[in-house]
Design a protein around this ligand. Structure first.
Ligand SMILES: [Ca+2]
Ligand SMILES: [Ca+2]
Length: 227
């Protein structure tokens, strides 16, 4: 679908002045004119980075590890889900009702649907307060104190995707498949329906893919002195 149609309203007004022309699904758009510096709508440094590839995330973790002398990396898919659930067994760490997401996550809500009228039927009823990205930490954290595990930006994980992997994986701390063609992302985004903004839901892209919904969350390994 249509890189050159994503978004066309001036960034400064995009959150306050709904466009009258339906925009297409951002998930399939990757116009070079948009980047992590310019996702197509207003952001500042408090917002999550978007438009970064899996390769970018790995490069960032290597750079930061070298800079600080500690080990940063992407979480494995299992680590990510453990961190998202924080001991919960429900769809969301707020419970099972989709409407509970409004309290904990920035997803595709009624505010966002004003910019994509054709997708209104899929929108979360009600308002989470953000049509595009929200400043990180705007919503209450889960039981581990982690914010935005669901919604706001999809998060790359370290793992390759393999549908059959978990049927025969180690039960504890599975490290992920040894190889593959696409990397797993988790958690949903500001443009994602409640159905997909669950702790258990998986999706994936090639390591070279970037678009306006996908960012990263790096894990900092605890030093032995921290444990
Ligand atoms: Ca929203
Ligand atoms: Ca997220």
């Amino acid at each position: 679908m249509c890189p050159n149609r994503w978004p066309t309203a001036p960034a400064a007004t995009a959150t306050t002045r709904p466009t009258t022309r339906p925009r297409r699904n951002a998930a399939t758009c990757s116009n070079p004119k948009y980047s992590w510096r310019n996702p197509g709508f207003a952001q500042d440094d408090a917002h999550p980075v978007l438009n970064v590839t899996w390769n970018d995330a790995v490069a960032m973790s290597r750079w930061l590890s070298q800079k600080e002398g500690r080990r940063y990396r992407l979480p494995s898919e299992a680590e990510w889900e453990y961190a998202c659930r924080a001991g919960s067994t429900s769809r969301y760490y707020s419970g099972n009702p989709p409407e509970s997401l409004l309290q904990i996550a920035n997803t595709f809500d009624a505010d966002a649907a004003r910019h994509w009228p054709a997708l209104r039927a899929q929108a979360q009823p009600g308002s989470d307060g953000h049509a595009f990205t929200a400043p990180v930490g705007s919503f209450r954290p889960n039981a581990f104190g982690l914010h935005d595990m669901l919604g706001n930006a999809w998060e790359w994980t370290a793992d390759w995707h393999d549908d059959a992997y978990y049927a025969a994986s180690p039960a504890v701390d599975p490290p992920g498949p040894a190889d593959g063609t696409v990397r797993v992302r988790r958690g949903g985004s500001w443009h994602t329906w409640a159905l997909y903004s669950r702790c258990s839901y998986r999706n994936w892209n090639s390591p070279q893919t970037r678009y306006t919904l996908v960012g990263m969350r790096l894990l900092l390994e605890a030093d032995s002195a921290d444990r």
